[in-house]
Design a binder for this molecule. Structure first.
Ligand code: AMP
Ligand code: MG
Length: 402
């Protein structure tokens, strides 16, 4: 048996995948469409934010020294010099001693004032305002540049942008923003036994689960999947579809036929058109994985079992996509949980066990490798590192949610 004598570690496989990642391609998008994308430039404030001292409450702009000792029984009596109008900077309105002016939330703090008393703590009697609470210097005022200083870097490239970020980017004066272009990923399912979802499988046939699963994940991850359908186990068909997919895509994923059996066409076909860099990873599930290139484009051969294909997708393909996207830190939703039972594992390979998480407790769903039901009944995966012979009940684990 010479199969998989030369498996490499997940770390080495990831390094091999990252090495062949095409460089980040930046595209400009309107700022309102940037959420979910990865920033591909520096964003700096083009003005002070805010650009002036502004009130954060509705109330009266005052000199704080005029309110010293003010309370319910001894209010400070100030004369009202006028009103601050929203969006205007009235340079005529000046707050001198024992003077105040009405100011709405967001209004420009008039000259001379250094604090704002909330309207709730005041009463008016004609032009006189009774202030029943003392305020300190700067109270209820957002200082000019308190949010961001002009020229200050607000975001660095590689950030996964949120809707809130879109608001801040617009506040920095940007109507459009450079983000990483979506990687175009070709998906090819292989196997004589496969039929599409629309066909009722005859005995011996199975419906293609991998292509929709991989495509759905890729959509969610900010890629553009292209489906090339199902290819039977013959070398010519493999090479034809690769010939079509490689020029149209940034990355190509084949699933099935990635083992070292005589009937497994993937490695041979990739080698025929390009080169195979990795064949076999110390990963369970996911050992029969291929990493190669065809005309500089990364081409992966993923195992056929859907759960295995998925594990390889998130452990080995994702780092390559992250590199293409310029992502500064992996975008992996996860939760911490405590293991309900011991999980055994084989030393020397990284193992991913499907678990259900309930109230902070992770319970493994052990099942045979081809099962689909454990894929959907589980909430995520627990990784048992290669150097471990399992994890003990009660240990704290990070569950990668899916
Ligand atoms: P293979 O990697 O080609 O040896 O396939 C391993 C197992 O996964 C076989 O039972 C296949 O029928 C199954 N399989 C392969 N591709 C798919 C797919 N696209 N959808 C569902 N099952 C698949
Ligand atoms: Mg097959």
């Amino acid at each position: 048996m010479t199969r998989f004598l030369t498996v490499i570690s997940v770390k080495e496989a990831v390094a091999a995948a990252e090495k062949i990642a095409p460089p980040v391609r930046a595209v400009s998008v309107p700022v309102e469409q940037c959420a979910g994308r990865i920033l591909a430039e520096n964003i700096a404030a083009d003005t002070d934010i805010p650009g002036f001292d502004r009130s954060i409450v509705d109330g009266y702009a005052v000199r704080c020294s005029d309110t010293t000792g003010a309370g319910d029984s001894a209010p400070a009596l100030l004369s009202c010099a006028g009103r601050v109008m929203m969006g205007e900077n009235d340079t005529q309105l000046v707050i001198g001693n024992s003077v105040c002016a009405y100011i709405p939330t967001g209004g420009v703090l008039p000259a001379g004032a250094d604090a704002v008393v909330m309207v709730e703590y005041t009463e008016t009697a004609g032009d006189t305002v009774l202030v029943k609470k003392s305020v300190s210097h700067g109270e209820n005022v957002l200082m000019r540049d308190e949010d961001f200083r002009c020229g200050e870097t607000v975001f660095l490239p590689g950030k996964h942008l949120t809707p809130q970020d879109a608001g801040v980017i617009a506040s920095c004066g940007r109507a459009s923003v450079l983000v990483a272009d979506k990687p175009v990923v070709g998906i090819i399912s292989t196997g004589n036994e496969l039929v599409p979802a629309s066909v009722v499988p005859k005995p011996g046939q199975v419906r293609d689960a991998n292509a929709p699963m991989l495509a759905a994940w890729l959509y969610e991850y900010g890629c553009v999947p292209i489906l090339y359908g199902i290819v039977g186990d013959n070398r010519e068909a493999f090479e034809d579809v690769l010939e079509r997919a490689v020029p149209e895509c940034d990355v190509v994923l084949l699933s099935g036929g990635s083992s070292k059996d005589d009937r497994d066409m993937t490695a041979g076909s990739i080698a025929q058109k390009g080169s195979v860099l990795v064949h076999g990873i110390a990963l369970a599930p996911g050992k029969p994985t291929i990493i190669g290139t065809i005309r500089e484009k990364p081409v992966f051969g993923l195992p056929g079992h859907p759960a295995s294909a998925f594990v390889v997708l998130i452990t080995v393909v994702r780092p390559l996509l992250d590199k293409m996207l310029g992502l500064s830190k992996p975008w992996i939703p996860s939760v911490k949980a405590t293991l309900a039972v011991n999980i055994p594992s084989q030393r020397g390979r990284e193992e991913y066990v499907r678990v259900v998480v309930d109230k902070g407790v992770a319970t493994p769903l052990f099942g045979k490798s081809g099962l689909l039901n454990t894929l959907v009944k589980s909430d995520g995966l627990v990784c048992i590192p290669a150097g471990f012979e399992g994890l003990e009940m009660g240990s704290e684990v990070e569950v990668i949610l899916w």
